[in-house]
Design a protein around this ligand. Structure first.
Ligand code: RI2
Length: 320
């Protein structure tokens, strides 16, 4: 359990971050945990796996990729512990490979929307969004990326570093400069932590402001989101929980202690309505946000009946 708890800790502290990356880390942690379990009792094995799944899922509440990855692994089968371990390894490795492949595919599909000479605005740091920029650049398109710094965690610094390594020109701006600079932008490309059934986007705090400014300026907004970022529970009307992180990310404890009447709010994500999104680029194609249900039903394989009867409990060892 020690290694799995270590991974959970790293996800919570954001040492491992990015919606896709935490999903792959969780799948790998479950696979390695299963491998290390010494029991021969399949019931005990299943119980331990279910507990491990809960621990991982409870680390960060907003990125739907995390429960979707855990569920993909927890669909394992097998009458014996050895069979279950083989099944888990196959599912976890399959998820990781298809997730990496999805990012590549999104790059190819999304790059079609980028023209030579485009100025792209992005927010935070998204592997899926960066993949589009990387592919457009690899195709020889001359692009310039405006990257927000993304307070309070400054993931924009990761973005400019990654783009720089690829030889892509970028301009770093403070988050509040978004609307002022939108007039220079041809297209906005951002990632996703979750997409709901009605096509709303949940992504890094500030995303909805970028989208609103783009909407006002008639600038297209493209969202790069693997299919496992879509939220099955939103079919039942469940809202995606917005993570609120510690105040110390915004202001130091010592500084805050100087005041008597000040409190801090630090929501990590916000919700962008589908009206502000032109296209969601997934690995199975670029869709208008209105088509989110098709992704949940046809590509994630969730149906209303199943969700109603099982919810999203991480029941290990299911027949499928
Ligand atoms: P990829 C990140 O969350 C950002 O909100 C980013 O847009 C999203 O995950 C998707 O990232 P955080 O972990 O999966 O920085 O595309 O809170 O890498």
């Amino acid at each position: 359990m020690e290694q799995l708890l270590e991974t959970a800790k790293k996800i919570k502290s954001m040492e491992i971050r990015g919606a896709g990356k935490i999903a792959r880390a969780a799948a790998a942690a479950l696979r390695d945990y299963a491998e290390r379990l010494t029991t021969n009792d399949i019931n005990e094995f299943n119980e331990k796996m279910e507990h491990a799944a809960e621990v991982l899922v409870n680390t960060r509440p907003t990125a739907v990729s995390l429960p979707n990855a855990v569920r993909a692994v927890m669909r394992y089968g097998g009458g014996t512990v050895d069979e279950a371990k083989i099944s888990i390894k196959k599912l976890a490795d399959g998820f990781i490979a298809s997730s990496e492949n999805a990012i590549k595919r999104i790059g190819e599909i999304g790059a079609r929307r980028v023209r030579d000479g485009d100025t792209i605005m992005t927010h935070c740091n998204s592997a899926a969004a960066n993949s589009i920029m990387a592919e457009a650049h690899a195709q020889g398109k001359d692009i310039n990326v405006i990257a927000t710094e993304s307070r309070p965690r400054l993931q924009g610094h990761i973005t400019i570093k990654q783009l720089d390594k690829l030889g892509i020109k970028s301009t770093l701006i403070v988050d509040s400069a978004v609307r002022y600079l939108m007039k220079d932008v041809d297209i906005v490309i951002m990632g996703a932590d979750a997409v709901t059934v009605n096509g709303s986007l949940i992504n890094k705090i500030g995303t909805s402001q970028v989208a609103l400014a783009a909407h006002e300026a008639r600038t297209n907004v493209i969202i790069a989101a693997e299919t496992y970022k879509f939220s099955p529970m939103s079919i039942l009307g469940e809202l995606v929980e917005i993570e609120e992180r510690d105040s110390s990310e915004v202001i130091s404890r010592e500084k805050l202690d100087e005041f008597s009447n000040v409190s801090v709010r630090n929501p990590s994500f916000d919700v962008t309505p589908r009206e502000y999104i032109d296209l969601i680029c997934t690995e199975v194609g670029a869709i208008p946000p209105e088509m989110a249900y098709i992704i949940i039903k046809d590509f994630l394989g969730w149906r209303i009946e199943e969700l109603n009867s099982n919810g999203l409990r991480f029941k290990g060892n299911q027949k499928h």
